[in-house]
Write a protein of this length. Structure first.
Length: 271
């Protein structure tokens, strides 16, 4: 077997979590990531027949039975993943009955996957139903996005429009807009179900006064979606107290979307 610490998916997870911590998106043990893996990617590094232990997941995940994921651990700090991946990450396989996760590698201190795993898995299932290339669910607490939650109405059309009007790239990067949930208790199946429902229309979902979920076909894509929202939110917060002299009109937003050939939410524009 090859050394799993040299596996591209482990190295990329370590680099991504370190970058998110550096940016202040994931303080303490805030935030979590799960990435769908293939047997072909994983089998050179670990024995897929050797199950270390079985951990209940707390809901029926049979839709994802047999699927492999690398997942950040509960209570783990993103800043520590790079120096000790085997403690802070785990590779799991969803059991055939969908009720538990088989730990194949990681969590060597006896830990387990993030408490938000049900929300992750529900979101994975929702996105896979629309895009077979989907692989990543990423949750973080970007500072300016959270600040914007405090002063902006938590309604997805209005929130999306404010982001789109702040920076020209926004409607190009997330033409499907941003889903928005009201404040809910985290770590529950209820918030997971609500997030998954939003994921049928959006690749980004804001948890009111908590953080954001981003998805994508790669860690880079999910990160880039959140990064773009956070930049727009920062610009919004820097100017929210000032008179707005210039903005991007709906006609200009439409022109941007048409020029770059993206399928945008037409119901989000007043045209």
């Amino acid at each position: 077997m090859k050394d799993i610490l040299t596996a591209p998916f482990i190295k990329e997870m370590a680099e991504t979590t370190a970058n998110m911590y550096r940016l202040g998106w994931d303080e303490r043990n805030g935030g979590n990531i799960s990435c769908l893996l293939t047997e072909e990617e994983v089998s050179p590094y670990i024995d897929l027949d050797k199950v270390i232990r079985v951990i209940p997941i707390g809901f029926d995940g049979s839709e994802l039975a047999g699927k492999l994921f690398v997942v950040t651990g509960t209570g783990k700090y993103f800043k520590n993943v790079e120096k000790d991946p085997e403690t802070n990450l785990g590779i799991i396989r969803i059991s055939s009955d969908g009720n538990s996760a088989e730990l194949l590698w990681g969590y060597k201190d006896g830990g387990r996957f993030t408490s938000e795993l049900p929300a992750h898995l529900m979101s994975h299932a929702a996105r896979l139903s629309l895009d077979k290339e989907h692989r990543v669910v990423m949750h973080s607490h970007p500072t300016n996005t959270l600040a914007m939650n405090r002063v902006h109405v938590l309604e997805e059309r209005a929130f999306t429009r404010s982001l789109w009007q702040t920076c020209s790239e926004c409607i190009i990067v997330f033409p499907d807009g941003v889903g928005v949930l009201p404040w809910m208790v985290c770590g529950t199946n209820e918030i997971g179900e609500a997030t998954a429902q939003k994921m049928l229309e959006h690749r980004l979902v804001i948890w009111g006064i908590h953080g954001i979920y981003g998805t994508g076909n790669s860690l880079d894509e999910a990160f880039g979606l959140i990064e773009t929202v956070e930049k727009a939110a920062e610009l919004y917060m820097l100017t929210a107290h000032l008179p707005v002299i210039n903005t991007i009109s709906d006609a200009e937003l439409k022109a941007l979307a048409d020029t770059f050939g993206v399928a945008y939410r037409k119901d989000y524009l007043d045209i």
